[in-house]
Write a protein of this length. Structure first.
Length: 272
């Protein structure tokens, strides 16, 4: 089977997002992240890049555009339109200059041809709950963190990643989804709601507010990194990956029906 993205095997490439831009000569645009290498270097130095294709099947060819060259780590782009018609990109980036250390999510306006970010990024969420912990004592010698000596120190590292934008609840409030925790341990999908005053609230506190979370008693583990599939205004699904049968099983793609609670919060049935 041919590769969808023609970039070689000398670096890790993560989490593509494909957007159809009909006015372009190559209207199918893929945003993805590239690391500095593979193996131990596959988690280091990710930059969000752009590729394009004449067809949705590809092959996608890198167009030479780096959208996050000013950051030392950025992954998981998601492109969407807001109700006013403007196009935005949400993505994950590291916050390592103050605690809580870890990956959080931001959004920024993006050009119509998806070649560049056109304004400052705004923070959507940084980690704040215990379930967001990726690794309680992580060593990351490739990072410079004030006051941390990797010869003797570790950090409590958190992960909030894989944002999904462009949703609104039944009352019209903007809603964002994200994945958090540790993808080989406790991993789940949470939600962020923006109220009428513009305040963002992470409603998945570890006890309630999850969109979808593990159900070990049902053999369902580590659901996360979802995309929205909207078949009609009344029929929406999350496309995500999860582990079935055991915590160590390989991740598989699956669907979960997305619904809204009486409080206007997103929730999904256990994937089947």
């Amino acid at each position: 089977m041919p590769e969808a993205l023609e970039v070689g095997v000398f670096a890790a490439h993560w989490a593509p997002c494909v957007t159809y831009v009909p006015e372009l000569d190559h209207p199918f645009v893929m945003l993805y992240s590239r690391a500095i290498g593979v193996g131990e270097q596959g988690h280091i130095g990710h930059v969000i890049r752009r590729a394009h294709s004449a067809s949705p099947e590809g092959p996608f060819v890198d167009s030479g555009h780096e959208l996050t060259a000013d950051l030392d780590f950025a992954i998981d782009p998601d492109v969407y339109r807001k109700p006013d018609g403007t196009r935005w990109m949400a993505y994950a980036r590291d916050f390592d200059q103050d605690e809580p250390y870890g990956t959080g999510i931001v959004e920024a306006p993006i050009s119509a041809d998806l070649t560049r970010i056109t304004g400052p990024a705004q923070i959507l969420a940084r980690p704040q709950y215990d379930w967001h912990v990726y690794e309680p004592a992580r060593v990351m010698p490739w990072k410079t963190i004030p006051g941390v000596d990797w010869e003797t120190d570790t950090v409590r590292w958190h992960t909030v990643e894989a944002p999904v934008g462009g949703l609104t609840d039944p009352d019209g409030r903007p809603v964002y989804l994200y994945s958090g925790g540790c993808f080989w341990g406790y991993y789940a999908v949470g939600a962020i709601v923006r109220d009428s005053n513009g305040t963002l609230s992470d409603v998945a506190d570890g006890e309630r507010g999850f969109v979808i979370r593990p159900r070990p008693e049902a053999g369902f583990f580590a659901p996360g990194h979802c995309s929205l599939l909207r078949l009609s205004p009344d029929e929406e699904y999350l496309m995500l990956h999860a582990r079935f049968g055991s915590q160590d099983a390989r991740r598989q793609m699956c669907l979960a029906r997305l619904r809204w609670t009486a409080d206007g919060l997103p929730t999904a049935e256990t994937a089947r």
